[in-house]
Ligand binder design. Structure first.
Ligand code: GRF
Length: 208
């Protein structure tokens, strides 16, 4: 059984999708803890209801990023994770943290990376006149919203779309691709070769 730790900052809908599929589809894995940097993260209540251990490492209690990262790493390490999943975790993690979990740290970003790393991706995609937008699951490297791409989803931008409409269309696909990518990881179906992720069974790594 692979041990999964999920880090959240808010609503936690991607975390919920992963928790549900892990339990219902009997992955060879268990979500052993959900950790938030915000005490008021809505997703914590869901995890508690499901009997999953939760913890808060409040970034406001630490004077530096390094101190916060070290405290977070101590809590994560205590869970002995095989995989650490960033699911709407809104703190930038430093190089030491990222390297500690290299190859077992995943993130989802609501854009078709490498386009639009950072915040306000849907606004920026609309401003750029994009006709397709999407989401990316990737292994985390020290560079923000960068790293070997596991899976991407693409959806059209429709006439009249605003930021909220795009965000919800993309989010629906996140709830498909993130659980799928995590399942591939826990089933040892991913390999990284020269920075490129290969799905060993040859499954499509694109959701259209
Ligand atoms: C998602 O859009 C994710 O791509 C981004 O933050 C949002 C988190 O949503 N990183 P949720 O907390 O999983 O509902």
């Amino acid at each position: 059984m692979k041990r999964i730790v999920i880090l959240i900052s808010g609503r936690g809908s991607n975390m919920q999708a992963i928790v549900q599929q892990c339990a219902e589809r009997r992955w060879p894995a268990k979500v052993v803890a959900v950790i938030s940097n915000r005490p008021d993260a809505k997703g914590l209540a869901y995890a508690r209801e499901r009997g999953i251990e939760t913890a808060v490492v409040d970034h406001k209690a630490y004077g530096t990023r390094e101190a916060f990262d070290a405290a977070l790493a101590a809590v994560v390490d205590a869970c002995e994770p095989d995989l650490v999943v960033l699911a709407g975790f809104m703190r930038i993690l430093g190089t030491a943290f990222v390297q500690r979990y290299e190859g077992r740290l995943l993130n989802i970003h609501p854009s078709l990376l490498p386009a639009f790393p950072g915040l306000h991706t849907h606004r920026r995609a609309l401003d750029a006149g994009c006709k397709l937008v999407g989401a990316t699951v990737h292994f985390v490297t020290p560079e923000l919203d960068h790293g070997p791409i596991v899976l991407q989803s693409a959806v059209p931008v429709l006439p009249g779309d605003d930021e909220d409409a795009l965000a919800s269309r993309v989010l629906a696909t996140e709830h498909v691709i993130y659980p799928l990518a995590v399942r591939w990881f826990v089933e040892d179906r991913l390999a990284i070769e020269h920075g490129i992720v290969r799905q060993l069974d040859g499954a499509s790594q694109v959701l259209m």
